[in-house]
Ligand binder design. Structure first.
Ligand code: PDD
Length: 285
């Protein structure tokens, strides 16, 4: 039985109820986070909460739990749900209104929901064990504020579904200039001549916490060069390696883009080094 958190209470998932007038339900008017927890140990907790607070600020949702309050919820959910390999999901919507008005109503009490779901065991940097990703590509048709981790995810869902319906594991997106943005639920990277290259942070992509940790670990703990800049789709197609990252996957290698092999079609050496470094240092964030 799954125990969830709703507005200050822990209760079985079946008993957690929200109003159909909740603006999260009607408008996708809310912010969420997914934080990995392995046997109760959290990865990137502080940066995840900071990103959530930035998102709430940008939507003008007046709500704040301290880092300690969120940590208490994450720890309690982990304990109540078996303390295994869990994604801790936090969600704050603007709250339930009595009417459906586009304008932000004043004095709503935000709805706070959190639950834990199972994620794969901690990834290991082993090219024989890692899942090899195959991806589709597609023009990024989402809105222009993809830096906000809003619960309004239909654009991402539709992009994911496109890749899935083509038998692939993700969809890498590009803008109208043929520049890679990110995947439907992941950040994206190429490796060329030993250099790791990923799009710079702007409103076209989510500032991923796995990305933040990975780039910092590569810079602090290795001599592998890292560049944040525009990556064209031609560069993607001619890359030696392609990677994706997210909280529940860490860093994963892509071996096929639109049916064409990446590099020699094998999992790359630099991926193996990067995932090993990520595994060694991720709990420091
Ligand atoms: N997805 N880009 C998008 C569009 C995402 O939805 C995600 C995360 C990322 C990676 O961010 P992070 O490293 O902070 O997880 C990039 C989450 C896990 C999800 O929606 O389930």
């Amino acid at each position: 039985m799954s125990i969830v958190y709703l507005n200050g209470e822990y209760l079985p998932m079946e008993q957690a109820k929200i109003s159909p007038m909740d603006r999260g339900f009607l408008f996708g008017d809310g912010i969420y986070e997914v934080i990995p927890s392995y046997q109760g140990k959290l990865v990137g907790f502080g940066p995840h909460i900071d990103r959530m607070n930035n998102g709430l600020n940008s939507l003008d949702i007046q709500f704040i739990y301290s880092h300690d309050q969120w940590r208490e919820i994450a720890t309690t959910l982990s304990e109540k749900n078996g303390a295994g390999n869990l994604g801790i999901y936090f969600h704050v919507s603007r709250g339930a209104d009595t009417k459906r008005n586009h304008a932000y109503p004043e004095d709503l009490t935000p709805t706070v929901f959190a639950f834990a779901f199972e994620i794969p065991p901690e990834p290991v940097a082993d090219r024989n064990l890692v899942k090899r990703y195959k991806v589709s590509t597609m023009q990024d048709l989402r809105w222009r504020q993809c830096n906000i981790k809003t619960t309004a995810l239909l654009g991402n869902v539709m992009h994911y579904q496109q890749g899935y319906s083509e038998g692939n594991d993700e969809t890498i997106l590009y803008n109208e200039r043929g520049e890679m943005t990110e995947g439907s639920a992941v950040n994206a990277y190429i490796v060329k001549e030993g250099k790791v290259i990923t799009p710079s942070l702007d409103k076209q992509i989510l500032p991923g916490i796995t990305r933040l940790i990975l780039l910092d670990v590569l810079r602090q703990q290795s001599s592998i060069p890292v560049e944040e800049r525009v990556v064209t789709m031609d560069e993607l197609r001619n890359a030696d390696e392609v990677w994706l990252s997210s909280s529940s996957k860490e860093v994963v290698p892509v071996i096929e883009v639109d049916g064409q092999p990446v590099g020699d079609g094998k999992v790359g050496d630099i991926w193996q080094k990067a995932q090993a470094l990520f595994s060694a240092h991720k709990y420091n964030y």
